[in-house]
Design a protein around this ligand. Structure first.
Ligand SMILES: [Mg+2]
Length: 281
């Protein structure tokens, strides 16, 4: 029997198409993963409400990571409690999940964003300042998805208005760091979060998977700077192309051995299918 594997995957631009958020013909492969008991853990900058929407459509029952590694949701009973206690991770019960919060509360982040933009003298618009129509315009989400995206708990996306210099951006990042926060670039927005990332959250889940399900190999798929920590944490990192066909330069620099795949769900299917076939051969 091939060694057991689990897959961590970003959504936007990775499992979902960048421009319309669809996942095309992935369903047969998702069915195969379900049949073979291969966990698919979604790790996105999206909110819990948005990820639950996609998990339902994809019929996934595995844990998931929200808002750039700010919280982990594990369905109750998925891992034995003793296993989770063993790692002293303070999960709390939250609806049908055990939840571990790693990020900063949203209201703190909004306050930090307001402080650092005036100190750095950068013109930007935060998600909290956009109404539903503006979110739709900036994201191409539909009205329902925009409503789910607005239910933010730990991550404030923002857009820089007009042009700004790299020096000003560096200053903005260091002002965020002085306040215990960080800024990463996603596919459309910059994101202000607490001191956490997708990689940190994934490494916590990997401990559980190794202990509870004897999973040996972890695959990770992502397309942007906010996936770098995830790709650095897994055994098999796969970098998806941008919509223009290029690859994120920062990820290539930091992980020269990263596997490259075409953009979006087509590339996702191709690379996961190839990996599974290679594993069987
Ligand atoms: Mg992405």
């Amino acid at each position: 029997m091939p060694p057991k594997v689990a897959i961590f995957s970003d959504l936007d631009g990775t499992l979902l198409r960048h421009h319309d958020y669809t996942f095309a013909d992935v369903e047969p492969l998702l069915q195969e993963l379900r049949d073979r008991g291969i966990p698919l853990i979604l790790a996105s900058s999206k909110t819990r409400a948005e990820i639950e929407y996609y998990r339902k459509m994809m019929r996934l029952a595995d844990p998931f990571i929200v808002e750039n590694g700010s919280a982990i949701f594990v369905p109750q009973g998925y891992f034995q409690e003793a296993c989770m206690r063993q790692w002293k991770a303070p999960f709390r019960s939250c609806d049908e999940y055990a939840c571990l919060e790693l990020g900063r509360p949203y209201d703190d982040l909004v306050q930090v964003l307001n402080e650092i933009r005036s100190e750095a003298d950068i013109s930007l618009i935060g998600f909290h300042e956009m109404d539903e129509d503006q979110i739709v315009r900036h994201t191409d989400l539909n009205q329902l998805q925009a409503r789910l995206a607005a239910r933010r708990e730990y991550d404030e996306p923002f857009l820089i208005l007009g042009r700004t210099s790299p020096a000003k951006m560096t200053n903005l990042k260091s002002l965020a760091a002085q306040r215990g926060c960080k800024i990463v670039q996603g596919g459309r927005f910059c994101h202000l979060t607490g001191r956490t990332d997708k990689g940190r959250a994934a490494r916590i889940l990997m401990r559980f998977y190794r202990a509870a399900q004897e999973i040996k190999t972890f695959i990770g798929l992502g397309d942007c700077e906010n996936d770098l920590s995830l790709l650095e944490s897994v055994d098999v990192p796969i970098l998806m192309a941008n919509p223009d066909g290029g690859f994120n330069a920062q990820v290539l620099r930091r992980i020269p051995y990263v596997r490259r795949a075409p953009a979006g769900p087509e590339g996702w299917m191709q690379s996961v299918t190839r990996f599974l076939q290679y594993q069987e051969s």
